[in-house]
Write a protein that binds this ligand. Structure first.
Ligand code: NCD
Length: 322
């Protein structure tokens, strides 16, 4: 098994072989998760703390379920009722939790780079569950697994990532990961929601949805990140849906067997037509949720192996951990 990382802060440092190893292991967990008894023991005896400074439904619940299925003691830190609200800094919160000897810390934070900073202050494995506009590694990995299962491969597929690219950590992590796996990525969206310099990132950039979707194998829609917008980025939601929302007419331009993805939460009628989201012949949105649990089990399993190896080596030298 090739996976050497200490933390999972982003997909940027991962080698293609590490990505493939993680996805292969996640396949075995996807199979386990379809059984009636879903228990593994990869995280037996370990403590996992979920620290979410931003709202989350799927990511937090799937990390919790992933930890529990693999035998970890899982605690969800209720940030809204914590000392964070009394003005405690991120670093103080991190040091406090670190003193409780967790093994895995899963962190979501509204500021890009906050999770990397936190990882430098603790001696457990840190998993980034989304930091600002920066990275959301487990989302890109679960998207890759979903695509690989639907299409049998990642290389030479045309993937159109559409909508609010500028504010999206999902788009950024997917662009990086899919590029490493030799898929062809297109970014599609209004100029106001396209990051400056996107044209230099080795992908094609389109403002016109119809051009961007032409012959695509995968259509990945993104939510309008209104919480990260401080002004008028779009004329109106109605106009946005008309030009960039995924409806049957625009989808007809993609390949006949193109799959439709969305990381959730969806705004039906804003970025995607509800009937397309629910079309079981095109939409793999529920598969993404299912693969989310499997990928998070695989990610925590691999990090726990590395953590154990590192601590074992330190204990052999007379250090603290056994
Ligand atoms: C994404 C996120 O939080 O970045 N959602 C998720 O993790 N499922 C995308 C979003 O919030 O739009």
């Amino acid at each position: 098994m090739t996976f050497r990382a200490r933390h999972l802060l982003g997909v940027e440092p991962l080698a293609p072989a590490e990505i493939t190893s993680l996805l292969d292991l996640a396949e075995t967990y996807a199979a386990l998760n379809r059984r009636t008894v879903k228990h593994g023991d990869a995280l037996q005896g370990l403590t996992q703390i979920n620290l979410f400074f931003e709202n989350s439904t799927r990511t937090q619940s799937s990390f919790e379920l992933a930890g529990k299925r693999l035998g970890a003691d899982v605690m969800n830190m209720p940030v809204a009722q914590s000392s964070v609200k009394k003005g405690e800094t991120l670093i103080d919160t991190a040091l406090t939790l670190n003193a409780m000897q967790p093994d895995l810390l899963v962190v979501r934070h509204p500021h890009s780079g906050a999770v990397n900073l936190l990882a430098s202050k603790v001696n457990c494995a840190v998993l980034n569950a989304g930091d600002g506009r920066h990275e959301h590694p487990t989302q890109a990995l679960l998207d890759a697994l979903t695509i690989r299962r639907a299409k049998g491969r990642l290389h030479r597929l045309t993937v159109a990532i559409c909508g609010d690219i500028a504010h999206s950590r999902v788009a950024r992590s997917n662009l990086i990961l899919l590029g490493k796996m030799e898929a062809r990525v297109r970014l599609v969206g209004p100029a106001t929601l396209m990051p400056k310099g996107a044209a230099d990132w080795g992908c094609e950039v389109y403002e016109d949805m119809r051009e961007g979707l032409r012959d695509a194998d995968v259509v990945m829609m993104l939510r309008l990140q209104k919480e990260r917008m401080d002004g008028g980025f779009i004329p109106s939601e109605r106009e946005y849906f008309h030009r960039w929302g995924l409806d049957a007419e625009k989808l007809a331009l993609a390949k006949p067997d193109a799959i439709v993805m969305h990381p959730g939460p969806m705004n039906r009628g804003v970025e995607i037509d509800g009937t397309i989201a629910d079309d079981i012949n095109r939409s793999v949105i529920q598969d993404q949720v299912e693969m989310g649990v499997a990928v998070r089990m695989a990610a925590m399993d691999l990090l726990a192996r590395n953590l154990r190896a590192e601590r074992g080596a330190r204990a052999a030298e007379g250090g603290a951990y056994v």
